[in-house]
Design a protein around this ligand. Sequence first.
Ligand code: GDR
Length: 336
Amino acid sequence: MPTALITGVTGQDGSHLADFLLDKGYRVFGLARRSSGDNTQRLANIREHITLLDGDLLDQASLLRIVEQTQPDEVYNLAGMSFVPASWQQPVLTGEFTALGVTRILEALRQGCPTARFFQASSSEMFGKVRESPQRETTPLHPRSPYGVAKSYGHFITINYRESFGIFACSGIMFNHEGPRRGLEFVSRKITHAVARIKVGLADELRLGNLQARRDWGYAGDFVRAMWLMLQHDEPDDFVIGTGVTHSVQDLVETAFDHVGLDWREHVVVDPALYRPAEVDVLQADPSKARRLLGWQPQVEFAELIGMMVEEDLNLVEARNQKPENRSAQERHVVS
Ligand code: GDR
């Protein structure tokens, strides 16, 4: 039975990847930070089938201990601070998790399990002020946030450990990927959740920042398959993962409101306070290398994705109106 270790297992991608690997017959270990509150809601359906281990990307010794104990065949680094605006509030902490955290886990592997295959979740935010469109593996980086800068470090240290120590280390340059498990602070879920609340009469207004920003939005379930495919490839390499199609935030708003038959102009308020100090105006992936070498292709397209998210959020807000004991764990999480 192959063994995988997932950091960030409690997050959107970690939970999708754990589902995917369990289906493939893997033994799954998940690294999770200790927290006073329960943050395992996304794992509710698979909690008994995976092993959670206390560890932290800030704590080198915990990583070495876990890697030595579990001797994983594959390690997926999905942990880190992932909300771009928060990186301006806590730039040093962002660097500790999202940049140096990658070195800590690579160092743990080098010392404790050098044969493990390693996946690093890099980000399209590294392209920032884009130098060419669409963006591919060779496009120069110009990050526009402390988050993007930290991810760029993580990307290059992954390549460096591959080149220096022969570790099977891959960097997946992941464009935006969404779904019903997305945190409420990210724009897609903020919109679909608000649309559901407006539809059932619990809210009337949705405040957003820059509606003109363009992103390449895909489905998280498709993206975790790409992570796994990278580690099954003959050679460690770097791959852009995205759909190749770009939409504006306004397109997303329109699609979500249209789905429930509402006019977005009656509800959306643009709030300059939600603009970022430096914006990434447009991102569009060129995923042709992943298609050619990994046979990866996304299966869920934009309108289907947004429709799925609105439907799930309608179920969620309707359940919120029922008795609290009828709420699922994820609903309780979202409410809190
Ligand atoms: P992003 O995702 O920063 O691209 O990073 P996010 O959904 O936060 O923003 C996308 C775009 O929407 C604009 N926007 C708003 N964003 C938020 N969050 N809230 C708003 O109210 C709002 N209004 C407009 C933003 O300005 C931006 O242009 C995501 C994260 O998952 C990263 O961790 C990951 O690395 C990248 O995607 C790929």
